[in-house]
Write a protein that binds this ligand. Structure first.
Ligand code: ATP
Length: 199
């Protein structure tokens, strides 16, 4: 089984690339979504509340991600504390899924996450694929995203590692500065090359 870690900055196109890979036959696991699910676990919620206070909770008693995000993505120390609490639980999801897919004989698994290279994680990938897009394009593409202002996007970009750093760690760089069809074509080419490598 080949494990691909697909990462990239906010709005760089990793979910779109992951969607194309899924259509081509990969099993894709979105770790940002897994991270959101982890926030619903009672134990995690309690740890976060004791660290950050009840102000991170919404009226329903669950963590209000939008409110919490505004707090941590502007504050490096807070983000580190959040990661220290949440990452072990995400690591566990990765280990469980890896085990499950290996048992099932799956050939290619893609773990997709924004912060895969930013912080320590205790699991390995075989290949790191990175999507990058120019900042002005990211701002334009995300301008319609609900609950997200340009300032929020910029804060998120600053909270993440730089594209230079991602590229340094990448086995494959996908520059997503063209059309969606162009991205699909590139992913198709890389998928075909991967099939060759797996032979
Ligand atoms: P996030 O970190 O926020 O999850 P992401 O890296 O997963 O972002 P996507 O959600 O794939 O990025 O893309 C962001 C937005 O940009 C989406 O609305 C997507 O449809 C659009 N987009 C991605 N690539 C292109 C492209 N080449 N041309 C036009 N729009 C694009």
């Amino acid at each position: 089984m080949r494990i691909i870690g697909l990462t990239g900055g906010i709005g760089s196109g990793k979910s779109t690339a992951a969607g194309f890979l899924a259509k081509m036959g990969a099993v894709v696991v979105g770790l940002d979504k897994a991270g959101h699910d982890v926030l619903k676990q009672r134990e995690i919620r309690e740890k976060l509340v004791s660290e950050f206070g009840t102000e991170i909770l919404g009226n329903n008693g669950e963590i209000d991600r939008s409110r919490f995000g505004k707090k941590v993505f502007n504050d490096r120390k807070a983000l580190k504390k959040l990661n220290n609490i949440v990452h072990p639980a995400i690591d566990e999801v990765v280990r469980d899924k890896t085990e499950e897919y290996r048992r099932q004989g799956i050939k290619v698994v893609v773990f997709e996450a924004a912060a895969m290279l930013d912080a320590g994680r205790d699991w390995q990938v075989d290949e790191v694929w990175v999507t990058v897009a120019p900042e002005e394009m990211v701002l334009k593409r995300l301008s319609g995203r609900q609950g997200f202002t340009e300032a929020d996007v910029k804060a998120r970009i600053r909270s993440q590692i730089t594209n230079e750093e991602r590229i340094r760690q990448a086995d494959l760089v996908i520059v997503n500065d063209g059309t969606l069809e162009g991205l699909r074509e590139r992913i198709k080419t890389e998928w075909e090359k991967l099939q060759e490598r797996l032979k």
